[in-house]
Design a protein around this ligand. Structure first.
Ligand code: FMN
Length: 224
């Protein structure tokens, strides 16, 4: 993987960018490569490789946010919908959405994980929990941690390529419809949506300051 800036710089630069454009600094193939790289290399509990990712680009991305809008329109009071609609228009104005979902375990080859249509055998998960009953109740939490690691890796990698992104949690509202449209197994819980696109002019100005809690209250080093 070749990034235009160092990992350190990308960690420093990564922010929640809400003003996005429908452009990309990199090819769709490179976007998919970044996601595939994360799936292949991020750590996961007991190397279960539980994360499943659906990448929606251009029209498919716009379609996803239309689904969310239609669902919200039906449940949000009309006088409060304007604010919601503005936010959704911002997301829809991006280039793509990376939807992160997880399942607990499988032995399928990598290629089965990056396609939109997946099949997952729940028997494998049950097998894992049966094999390690001591950790059975821990697996769902650890799967969330594993998902978060993927979210951050991809967010930072997109930043390194000059793209902007923000993280959303409109699940479970669009789960069923998304499952119908993109053939995602209904049993997969949707964890988060990473919206990304070109960084609109001025989008990095006036971002909230990061230094809220003093670092000495958060970082404790011994033995240096
Ligand atoms: C677990 C988690 C959940 C988040 N959920 C949302 C969300 O639902 N909507 C949103 O706009 N931002 C969400 N964020 C982004 C944070 O609000 C943001 O990262 C934080 O304010 C720091 O700003 P920065 O991303 O610019 O560094 C989430 C971040 C994390 C780590």
């Amino acid at each position: 993987m070749t990034s235009r800036i160092s990992l350190d710089d990308a960690v420093h630069l990564r922010r929640s960018i809400y003003q996005l454009t429908k452009t990309s600094t990199i090819s769709d193939d490179r976007i998919v490569e970044i996601v595939q790289d994360a799936l292949e290399n991020c750590p996961s509990t007991f190397n279960s490789q539980s994360t499943r990712i659906v990448v929606l680009l251009k029209e498919e991305h716009t379609k996803f946010w239309k689904v969310v809008e239609d669902i919200l329109k039906a449940i949000v009071p009309a006088d409060q919908f304007e604010h919601t609609a503005q936010r959704l228009t911002g997301f829809s104005g991006g280039y793509g959405t990376v939807s992160l979902t997880f399942w607990l375990h499988d032995d399928k080859p990598q290629a089965d994980r990056v396609k939109i249509l997946f099949y997952e055998d729940p028997e494998v998960t049950k097998g894992l929990q049966t094999k390690m009953p001591l950790y059975a109740d821990k697996f769902p939490g650890w799967a969330e941690h594993t998902s978060a690691i993927h979210q951050y890796a991809i967010w930072t990698a997109l930043e390194a390529e000059g793209l902007g992104a923000n993280l959303q949690h409109y699940n479970p509202l669009p789960n069923q419809k998304a499952s119908e449209i993109w053939g995602i197994p209904q049993e997969w819980p949707l964890i988060a949506q990473l919206v990304f696109g070109g960084v609109a002019e001025g989008a990095r100005e006036n971002l909230p300051k990061k230094d809220q809690t003093p670092i000495e209250k958060r970082l404790f080093v011994h033995g240096k």
